[in-house]
Design a binder for this molecule. Sequence first.
Ligand SMILES: *[C@@H]1O[C@H](CO)[C@@H](O)[C@H](O)[C@H]1NC(C)=O
Ligand SMILES: *[C@@H]1O[C@H](CO)[C@@H](O)[C@H](O)[C@H]1NC(C)=O
Ligand SMILES: *[C@@H]1O[C@H](CO)[C@@H](O)[C@H](O)[C@H]1NC(C)=O
Ligand SMILES: *[C@@H]1O[C@H](CO)[C@@H](O)[C@H](O)[C@H]1NC(C)=O
Ligand SMILES: *[C@@H]1O[C@H](CO)[C@@H](O)[C@H](O)[C@H]1NC(C)=O
Length: 495
Amino acid sequence: MARGLAILLSTVAVIHLVRAASNSTLNQFPDGFLLGAATAAYQIEGAWNEDGKGENIWDHMFHEHPEYTNNGANGDVACDSYHKYAEDVEALKGIGAEVYRFSVSWSRILPTGDLDVINQAGIDYYNNVINLLLENGIEPMVTMYHWDLPQALQYIGGWPNPLIADYFVEYARILFENFGDRVKWWITFNEPSVFTSGYSSVGYQAPSQNAPGIGNYLAAHTLIRAHGKVYRLYDQQFRATQNGRVGITLSTDWYEPAEDTEACVEAQRRMFEFQLGLYAHPIYVDGDYPAVVRERVDNNSRAEGRPRSRLPSFTEEEKQEIRGSSDFFGLNAYTTSLVMPGESGTSPSLELDSGVIRFYNESWPVSSAIWLRVVPWGFRKLLNWVATEYQGYPIIVTENGYADTGELDDQGRISYYGSYLAEMLKAVNEDGVNVFGYMAWSIIDNLEWASGYAVRFGLYQVDFNSTDRTRTPKASASFMGDIYRNKTVPEEYFQ
Ligand SMILES: *[C@@H]1O[C@H](CO)[C@@H](O)[C@H](O)[C@H]1NC(C)=O
Ligand SMILES: *[C@@H]1O[C@H](CO)[C@@H](O)[C@H](O)[C@H]1NC(C)=O
Ligand SMILES: *[C@@H]1O[C@H](CO)[C@@H](O)[C@H](O)[C@H]1NC(C)=O
Ligand SMILES: *[C@@H]1O[C@H](CO)[C@@H](O)[C@H](O)[C@H]1NC(C)=O
Ligand SMILES: *[C@@H]1O[C@H](CO)[C@@H](O)[C@H](O)[C@H]1NC(C)=O
């Protein structure tokens, strides 16, 4: 009964979100479209060991290995948002944001990752942020996990340990219990395809464990199970009273076939399945991994003489729990790459399993992040791909943005946002793709992980040389403010 009711309510929530995409002119956002901006705890908060916060895997990695990061930068202070969150809310008001997507630091709430210590000061901090947002008419959207696992849980193996799924469910329950009366948008995980690489490579992504083709698949398996469990927990115990929505944020490039050949189109399909489908297929299609991923990893594992596949299997019960475990499709999209069949990566590795080579068209403009080429048309194609592959789920763009070196007159960012928003509105108003929101990355300059403070994404500049961490609006903040308030993207970007 409880389950039947929960399914009914979840269907109602989804129907509520699904609206006819277009009856607007091409350059206008549909009524009710959510516009906002995003951040993540480790990238902005600082106060890494204040008021009872526990160490997380990024604190640990950057303290142990300052050489992994640009100029030895780390998140010890970052934007000092732990103390200056009111200035972040002012910045959000400055651009007319309706939604703020931020993440909760697991080890600020549960310093050991477990329920033995519940840190009230951490709960108070997020209550203050949430309440101030609501007082200013901005809706909170909370990411539960934006890459910062409590180090105590890494000591027992981190995400490759299947038990971590249960720890995550217990943490999620604390969040629903404490914040769910006011938070109506929940994202379990941010960009699993990126953070699982912390178990397949060294020096880029915490916890920097060198187990390619094994550790990253085990981590993926645990987090997908964890996601399904948290969704069902909300269904069964919170949805009826809190009436929010729960989803996940996945990231991918648009993968353009390098040549117009069948082999390149097959490589495109494999690339999408290994990067996006690995997570999206279980959750949005049928509870299980894409067939091409299953087949290739199993086959390669056998050829390597292993008694088991490097990619674990879900039980029937887990498949039931995972299938359909999202009220929306959160998408982070920045760039495009070209793909063709070929061998890349070590043996074993996800890259080698995929049998795809990825590269850029050198004519595509590059940003200050080497992975971010400015290719607006790829954004429209990607939105169409997601809508076609994962039908029935409304899409929210949970991140999109441009990297430079922090200048106030940031014309490159203005041009990026203008052209990407125009391509998104073509997808919505011309192609009928059901996108219901857009979060710019990011409201303020912040710690860009291993790139430190050299790569800047903010609509507001942060002075990292000043103890005040002064926020100053860039030219792009005023540009986005006009778009957000007017619900219109200037015509010139549609030409
Ligand atoms: C579209 O908008 C126009 C003008 O606001 C309105 O008259 C018309 O009924 C709308 N059509 C649909 C299908 O909603
Ligand atoms: C499986 O491996 C065999 C030999 O190792 C190979 O001939 C075959 O093409 C592979 N199949 C797939 C689907 O990768
Ligand atoms: C690279 O971009 C140029 C300019 O748009 C285009 O002419 C060329 O065909 C592209 N090459 C590939 C491999 O996509
Ligand atoms: C601090 O100031 C120096 C000198 O102006 C500059 O080179 C450096 O990039 C600044 N550091 C940061 C993190 O902004
Ligand atoms: C607001 O939108 C209208 C209608 O699309 C447009 O004419 C006007 O220039 C826009 N104003 C700003 C400040 O973008």
